[in-house]
Design a protein around this ligand. Structure first.
Ligand SMILES: CSC[C@H]1O[C@H](OP(=O)(O)O)[C@H](O)[C@@H]1O
Length: 359
Protein backbone atom coordinates (compact mmCIF):
# COMPACT_ATOMS: atom_id res chain seq x y z
CA UNK A 1 0.00 0.00 0.00
CA UNK A 2 1.50 3.34 -0.94
CA UNK A 3 1.52 6.38 1.26
CA UNK A 4 -0.70 8.21 -1.15
CA UNK A 5 -3.64 5.94 -0.38
CA UNK A 6 -6.37 7.55 1.70
CA UNK A 7 -9.24 6.83 4.03
CA UNK A 8 -9.37 3.28 5.32
CA UNK A 9 -6.34 2.46 3.20
CA UNK A 10 -3.89 4.93 4.80
CA UNK A 11 -1.79 2.59 6.95
CA UNK A 12 -0.51 3.95 10.24
CA UNK A 13 2.06 1.13 10.77
CA UNK A 14 4.12 -0.65 8.09
CA UNK A 15 6.79 -3.27 8.83
CA UNK A 16 9.64 -2.80 6.34
CA UNK A 17 11.93 -5.88 6.54
CA UNK A 18 14.08 -4.67 9.46
CA UNK A 19 12.42 -1.51 10.75
CA UNK A 20 9.02 0.06 11.32
CA UNK A 21 7.60 2.76 9.08
CA UNK A 22 5.21 4.77 11.19
CA UNK A 23 2.86 7.49 9.96
CA UNK A 24 3.40 10.53 12.19
CA UNK A 25 -0.25 11.29 13.01
CA UNK A 26 0.69 14.53 14.77
CA UNK A 27 1.32 16.08 11.33
CA UNK A 28 -2.02 15.10 9.73
CA UNK A 29 -3.88 16.43 7.87
CA UNK A 30 -1.27 18.81 6.46
CA UNK A 31 1.50 16.28 5.96
CA UNK A 32 1.72 12.52 5.33
CA UNK A 33 5.15 11.63 6.71
CA UNK A 34 6.43 8.16 7.60
CA UNK A 35 9.08 7.89 10.29
CA UNK A 36 11.68 5.09 10.42
CA UNK A 37 11.73 3.44 13.84
CA UNK A 38 14.60 1.06 14.59
CA UNK A 39 14.54 0.58 18.39
CA UNK A 40 12.03 -0.13 21.14
CA UNK A 41 12.87 3.35 22.45
CA UNK A 42 11.77 4.84 19.11
CA UNK A 43 8.44 3.01 19.45
CA UNK A 44 7.98 3.94 23.12
CA UNK A 45 8.49 7.60 22.22
CA UNK A 46 6.11 7.38 19.25
CA UNK A 47 3.34 5.92 21.42
CA UNK A 48 3.86 8.35 24.31
CA UNK A 49 3.80 11.40 22.02
CA UNK A 50 0.87 10.21 19.91
CA UNK A 51 2.79 9.86 16.70
CA UNK A 52 0.82 6.62 16.62
CA UNK A 53 -2.41 6.44 18.65
CA UNK A 54 -5.58 4.42 18.87
CA UNK A 55 -5.77 1.26 20.96
CA UNK A 56 -5.23 -1.38 18.24
CA UNK A 57 -2.54 0.66 16.47
CA UNK A 58 -0.74 1.11 19.79
CA UNK A 59 -0.82 -2.66 20.35
CA UNK A 60 0.44 -3.39 16.83
CA UNK A 61 3.25 -0.81 17.17
CA UNK A 62 4.28 -2.21 20.56
CA UNK A 63 4.43 -5.72 19.10
CA UNK A 64 6.83 -4.54 16.41
CA UNK A 65 8.68 -2.45 19.01
CA UNK A 66 9.29 -5.65 20.95
CA UNK A 67 10.69 -7.30 17.83
CA UNK A 68 13.02 -4.34 17.33
CA UNK A 69 14.14 -4.51 20.96
CA UNK A 70 14.70 -8.26 21.13
CA UNK A 71 16.77 -8.20 17.94
CA UNK A 72 19.69 -7.13 20.15
CA UNK A 73 19.80 -10.69 21.50
CA UNK A 74 19.04 -12.61 18.28
CA UNK A 75 22.68 -13.80 18.13
CA UNK A 76 22.80 -15.00 21.74
CA UNK A 77 21.26 -17.99 23.52
CA UNK A 78 17.47 -18.58 23.59
CA UNK A 79 17.44 -17.85 27.33
CA UNK A 80 19.29 -14.54 26.86
CA UNK A 81 16.93 -13.73 23.98
CA UNK A 82 13.86 -14.46 26.14
CA UNK A 83 15.26 -12.21 28.87
CA UNK A 84 15.64 -9.41 26.31
CA UNK A 85 12.02 -9.91 25.24
CA UNK A 86 10.90 -9.54 28.85
CA UNK A 87 13.01 -6.43 29.40
CA UNK A 88 11.74 -4.61 26.32
CA UNK A 89 8.13 -5.67 26.93
CA UNK A 90 8.28 -4.24 30.45
CA UNK A 91 9.68 -1.00 29.05
CA UNK A 92 7.13 -0.67 26.23
CA UNK A 93 4.29 -1.25 28.73
CA UNK A 94 5.16 2.08 30.38
CA UNK A 95 4.45 4.15 27.27
CA UNK A 96 0.70 4.81 27.97
CA UNK A 97 -1.60 3.39 30.68
CA UNK A 98 -5.20 3.31 29.41
CA UNK A 99 -5.47 1.39 26.12
CA UNK A 100 -5.56 -2.28 27.12
CA UNK A 101 -4.45 -3.36 23.63
CA UNK A 102 -0.91 -2.28 24.53
CA UNK A 103 -0.78 -4.85 27.32
CA UNK A 104 -2.81 -7.44 25.41
CA UNK A 105 -0.35 -7.32 22.49
CA UNK A 106 2.75 -7.42 24.71
CA UNK A 107 1.34 -10.33 26.74
CA UNK A 108 0.56 -12.25 23.54
CA UNK A 109 4.07 -11.62 22.23
CA UNK A 110 5.64 -12.73 25.54
CA UNK A 111 3.58 -15.94 25.53
CA UNK A 112 4.71 -16.69 21.98
CA UNK A 113 8.33 -15.88 22.85
CA UNK A 114 8.23 -18.38 25.73
CA UNK A 115 6.86 -21.06 23.37
CA UNK A 116 9.53 -20.30 20.77
CA UNK A 117 12.38 -20.39 23.30
CA UNK A 118 11.14 -23.61 24.88
CA UNK A 119 12.61 -25.98 22.35
CA UNK A 120 15.55 -26.55 20.02
CA UNK A 121 15.33 -23.27 18.12
CA UNK A 122 18.27 -20.88 17.98
CA UNK A 123 17.75 -17.35 19.22
CA UNK A 124 17.70 -16.21 15.61
CA UNK A 125 14.90 -18.66 14.78
CA UNK A 126 13.03 -17.46 17.87
CA UNK A 127 13.39 -13.87 16.65
CA UNK A 128 11.94 -14.83 13.26
CA UNK A 129 9.01 -16.48 15.02
CA UNK A 130 8.37 -13.40 17.14
CA UNK A 131 8.26 -11.22 14.05
CA UNK A 132 5.70 -13.60 12.55
CA UNK A 133 3.54 -13.10 15.66
CA UNK A 134 3.67 -9.31 15.31
CA UNK A 135 2.72 -9.60 11.64
CA UNK A 136 -0.17 -11.89 12.63
CA UNK A 137 -1.43 -9.38 15.21
CA UNK A 138 -1.54 -6.71 12.51
CA UNK A 139 -3.18 -8.84 9.83
CA UNK A 140 -5.75 -10.25 12.28
CA UNK A 141 -6.66 -6.71 13.37
CA UNK A 142 -7.51 -5.75 9.78
CA UNK A 143 -9.90 -8.71 9.47
CA UNK A 144 -11.30 -8.05 12.94
CA UNK A 145 -12.10 -4.43 12.06
CA UNK A 146 -13.81 -5.44 8.84
CA UNK A 147 -15.97 -7.90 10.78
CA UNK A 148 -16.84 -5.17 13.29
CA UNK A 149 -17.94 -3.03 10.37
CA UNK A 150 -20.05 -5.82 8.90
CA UNK A 151 -21.83 -6.48 12.21
CA UNK A 152 -22.30 -2.78 12.96
CA UNK A 153 -23.77 -2.19 9.51
CA UNK A 154 -27.12 -3.67 10.61
CA UNK A 155 -27.50 -0.72 12.98
CA UNK A 156 -27.36 1.88 10.22
CA UNK A 157 -29.89 2.61 7.47
CA UNK A 158 -29.54 4.70 4.33
CA UNK A 159 -29.84 8.42 5.06
CA UNK A 160 -29.09 8.20 8.78
CA UNK A 161 -27.10 10.86 10.61
CA UNK A 162 -24.38 9.40 12.83
CA UNK A 163 -22.16 11.25 15.30
CA UNK A 164 -18.73 10.02 16.32
CA UNK A 165 -16.09 11.32 18.74
CA UNK A 166 -12.30 11.24 18.37
CA UNK A 167 -10.77 8.92 15.75
CA UNK A 168 -11.48 5.21 15.74
CA UNK A 169 -10.72 4.80 12.07
CA UNK A 170 -8.12 3.15 9.90
CA UNK A 171 -5.49 5.39 11.48
CA UNK A 172 -6.24 3.92 14.92
CA UNK A 173 -6.05 0.30 13.74
CA UNK A 174 -4.53 -1.91 11.04
CA UNK A 175 -7.27 -0.77 8.62
CA UNK A 176 -10.97 0.22 8.53
CA UNK A 177 -11.04 1.20 12.22
CA UNK A 178 -13.68 0.19 14.72
CA UNK A 179 -16.29 2.96 15.00
CA UNK A 180 -15.57 4.11 11.46
CA UNK A 181 -15.56 0.60 9.97
CA UNK A 182 -19.36 0.57 9.39
CA UNK A 183 -19.04 3.90 7.57
CA UNK A 184 -16.64 2.35 5.07
CA UNK A 185 -18.73 -0.82 4.76
CA UNK A 186 -21.87 1.31 4.28
CA UNK A 187 -20.14 3.14 1.45
CA UNK A 188 -19.13 -0.18 -0.13
CA UNK A 189 -22.82 -1.24 0.06
CA UNK A 190 -24.30 1.97 -1.35
CA UNK A 191 -25.70 3.06 2.02
CA UNK A 192 -25.36 6.83 2.44
CA UNK A 193 -24.70 8.04 5.97
CA UNK A 194 -24.21 11.65 7.09
CA UNK A 195 -21.42 11.69 9.67
CA UNK A 196 -20.91 14.38 12.30
CA UNK A 197 -17.34 14.34 13.61
CA UNK A 198 -16.56 16.03 16.93
CA UNK A 199 -13.27 17.88 16.61
CA UNK A 200 -12.23 16.30 19.95
CA UNK A 201 -10.19 18.74 21.93
CA UNK A 202 -7.46 19.07 22.98
CA UNK A 203 -5.53 16.95 20.42
CA UNK A 204 -8.20 17.21 17.70
CA UNK A 205 -8.25 13.58 16.57
CA UNK A 206 -11.73 14.15 15.18
CA UNK A 207 -10.88 17.23 13.13
CA UNK A 208 -7.39 16.20 12.06
CA UNK A 209 -7.94 12.46 11.57
CA UNK A 210 -11.60 11.41 11.31
CA UNK A 211 -12.64 14.31 9.09
CA UNK A 212 -9.48 13.69 7.04
CA UNK A 213 -10.08 9.95 6.67
CA UNK A 214 -13.76 10.26 5.76
CA UNK A 215 -13.30 13.22 3.41
CA UNK A 216 -10.49 11.41 1.59
CA UNK A 217 -12.78 8.37 1.27
CA UNK A 218 -15.60 10.50 -0.15
CA UNK A 219 -17.89 9.93 2.83
CA UNK A 220 -20.28 12.76 3.85
CA UNK A 221 -18.70 14.24 6.99
CA UNK A 222 -19.47 17.46 8.85
CA UNK A 223 -16.97 18.71 11.40
CA UNK A 224 -18.36 20.24 14.60
CA UNK A 225 -16.81 21.55 17.78
CA UNK A 226 -17.30 19.29 20.80
CA UNK A 227 -19.66 21.82 22.40
CA UNK A 228 -21.99 21.68 19.36
CA UNK A 229 -22.95 18.00 19.76
CA UNK A 230 -25.99 18.82 21.92
CA UNK A 231 -27.36 21.35 19.46
CA UNK A 232 -26.88 19.01 16.50
CA UNK A 233 -28.74 16.30 18.40
CA UNK A 234 -31.52 18.71 19.40
CA UNK A 235 -32.08 19.50 15.71
CA UNK A 236 -32.82 15.82 15.07
CA UNK A 237 -29.81 15.43 12.78
CA UNK A 238 -28.32 12.51 14.74
CA UNK A 239 -29.97 9.09 14.62
CA UNK A 240 -27.13 7.22 16.34
CA UNK A 241 -23.75 7.70 17.99
CA UNK A 242 -20.87 5.27 17.56
CA UNK A 243 -17.44 5.58 19.18
CA UNK A 244 -14.34 3.47 19.68
CA UNK A 245 -12.83 2.60 23.04
CA UNK A 246 -9.50 2.02 24.71
CA UNK A 247 -10.75 -0.41 27.32
CA UNK A 248 -14.10 -2.01 28.22
CA UNK A 249 -14.39 -3.22 31.81
CA UNK A 250 -16.08 -6.52 32.69
CA UNK A 251 -19.35 -4.74 33.53
CA UNK A 252 -19.42 -2.84 30.23
CA UNK A 253 -18.10 0.50 31.50
CA UNK A 254 -16.19 2.14 28.64
CA UNK A 255 -12.95 4.14 28.71
CA UNK A 256 -12.64 6.36 25.69
CA UNK A 257 -11.38 9.75 24.61
CA UNK A 258 -12.23 12.59 26.95
CA UNK A 259 -15.63 14.00 26.03
CA UNK A 260 -17.18 10.62 25.25
CA UNK A 261 -19.10 10.54 28.55
CA UNK A 262 -20.61 13.96 27.75
CA UNK A 263 -21.70 12.71 24.32
CA UNK A 264 -23.25 9.62 25.92
CA UNK A 265 -25.26 11.70 28.39
CA UNK A 266 -26.45 13.97 25.58
CA UNK A 267 -27.42 10.96 23.48
CA UNK A 268 -29.46 9.49 26.32
CA UNK A 269 -31.15 12.83 26.92
CA UNK A 270 -32.20 12.89 23.26
CA UNK A 271 -33.21 9.23 23.06
CA UNK A 272 -30.38 8.50 20.60
CA UNK A 273 -28.74 5.03 20.68
CA UNK A 274 -25.09 5.08 21.81
CA UNK A 275 -22.88 2.33 20.39
CA UNK A 276 -19.32 1.31 21.16
CA UNK A 277 -17.23 -0.60 18.61
CA UNK A 278 -14.17 -2.60 19.59
CA UNK A 279 -12.27 -5.82 19.03
CA UNK A 280 -12.39 -8.41 21.81
CA UNK A 281 -8.76 -7.48 22.51
CA UNK A 282 -10.06 -4.18 23.96
CA UNK A 283 -12.40 -5.92 26.42
CA UNK A 284 -10.66 -6.43 29.75
CA UNK A 285 -12.53 -8.93 31.94
CA UNK A 286 -9.74 -8.61 34.51
CA UNK A 287 -10.89 -5.06 35.25
CA UNK A 288 -14.25 -5.24 37.03
CA UNK A 289 -15.54 -1.71 36.46
CA UNK A 290 -14.55 1.58 34.87
CA UNK A 291 -13.37 3.00 38.18
CA UNK A 292 -10.40 0.64 38.03
CA UNK A 293 -9.29 1.74 34.55
CA UNK A 294 -6.21 4.01 34.79
CA UNK A 295 -6.92 7.37 33.17
CA UNK A 296 -3.90 8.98 31.51
CA UNK A 297 -3.30 12.64 32.31
CA UNK A 298 -1.30 14.51 29.73
CA UNK A 299 0.75 17.71 29.57
CA UNK A 300 -0.93 21.08 30.13
CA UNK A 301 0.62 22.34 26.89
CA UNK A 302 -1.78 20.16 24.88
CA UNK A 303 -4.44 22.63 26.09
CA UNK A 304 -2.54 25.88 26.58
CA UNK A 305 -0.39 25.69 23.43
CA UNK A 306 -2.20 23.10 21.31
CA UNK A 307 -2.68 25.39 18.33
CA UNK A 308 0.95 26.43 18.14
CA UNK A 309 0.27 29.54 20.21
CA UNK A 310 -0.44 30.23 23.86
CA UNK A 311 -4.20 30.20 24.43
CA UNK A 312 -4.20 30.52 28.22
CA UNK A 313 -2.38 32.63 30.83
CA UNK A 314 1.14 31.53 31.79
CA UNK A 315 1.11 29.17 34.78
CA UNK A 316 -2.67 28.67 34.91
CA UNK A 317 -3.71 25.39 36.57
CA UNK A 318 -4.71 22.74 33.99
CA UNK A 319 -6.48 19.38 34.26
CA UNK A 320 -5.91 17.33 31.09
CA UNK A 321 -7.30 13.77 31.35
CA UNK A 322 -6.96 12.03 27.98
CA UNK A 323 -9.92 9.69 28.65
CA UNK A 324 -13.14 9.44 30.60
CA UNK A 325 -15.41 6.61 31.65
CA UNK A 326 -18.88 6.11 30.22
CA UNK A 327 -20.94 3.94 32.60
CA UNK A 328 -22.44 0.88 30.94
CA UNK A 329 -25.94 2.21 31.63
CA UNK A 330 -25.37 4.76 28.84
CA UNK A 331 -24.26 2.10 26.32
CA UNK A 332 -26.91 0.50 24.08
CA UNK A 333 -24.62 -2.04 22.38
CA UNK A 334 -20.99 -3.06 22.04
CA UNK A 335 -20.08 -4.27 18.56
CA UNK A 336 -17.19 -6.72 18.29
CA UNK A 337 -15.86 -9.00 15.57
CA UNK A 338 -18.13 -11.73 16.99
CA UNK A 339 -21.30 -9.65 16.74
CA UNK A 340 -23.46 -7.17 18.63
CA UNK A 341 -23.44 -7.48 22.42
CA UNK A 342 -26.44 -6.06 24.29
CA UNK A 343 -26.93 -5.49 28.03
CA UNK A 344 -26.58 -6.94 30.62
CA UNK A 345 -22.93 -6.55 29.66
CA UNK A 346 -21.47 -8.26 32.74
CA UNK A 347 -23.33 -11.42 31.77
CA UNK A 348 -23.06 -11.15 28.01
CA UNK A 349 -19.39 -10.16 27.82
CA UNK A 350 -18.52 -13.20 29.94
CA UNK A 351 -20.70 -15.37 27.71
CA UNK A 352 -18.85 -14.00 24.67
CA UNK A 353 -15.44 -14.96 26.05
CA UNK A 354 -16.70 -18.31 27.37
CA UNK A 355 -17.91 -19.11 23.85
CA UNK A 356 -14.41 -18.77 22.41
CA UNK A 357 -12.38 -22.00 22.54
CA UNK A 358 -9.07 -21.39 24.35
CA UNK A 359 -5.98 -22.21 22.28
C1 LIG B 1 -9.90 2.26 17.92
S1 LIG B 1 -9.20 2.86 19.38
C2 LIG B 1 -9.43 4.56 19.17
C3 LIG B 1 -9.45 5.29 20.48
O1 LIG B 1 -8.13 5.75 20.82
C4 LIG B 1 -8.19 7.17 20.97
O2 LIG B 1 -7.35 7.66 21.96
P1 LIG B 1 -5.89 8.23 21.52
O3 LIG B 1 -6.09 9.00 20.24
O4 LIG B 1 -5.49 9.11 22.69
O5 LIG B 1 -5.01 7.03 21.37
C5 LIG B 1 -9.62 7.43 21.31
O6 LIG B 1 -9.91 7.14 22.66
C6 LIG B 1 -10.30 6.51 20.35
O7 LIG B 1 -11.64 6.23 20.61
Amino acid sequence: MTTNSRGKDLQSVIWAADHLQLLDQRLLPEEVLYLELRTSEDVWEAIRHLKVRGAPAIGISAAYGLVLGSSEAAGSSPDAWLAAVGKHAEYLATSRPTAVNLFWALDRMKRRAAELADGSRTAEQCQEGLLSEAIAIQSEDEETCRLIGEHALELFKDGMGVLTHCNAGGLATARYGTALAPFYLAQENGINLKIYADETRPVLQGARLTAFELQQAGIDVTLICDNMAGMVMSKGWVDAVIVGTDRVAANGDVANKIGTYSVAVLAKAHGIPFYVACPMSTIDLETPTGTEIPIEERAAEEITEGFGKRTAPEGVKVFNPAFDITPHSYVDAIITEKGIIRPPFDVNLKKLFDSIPTA
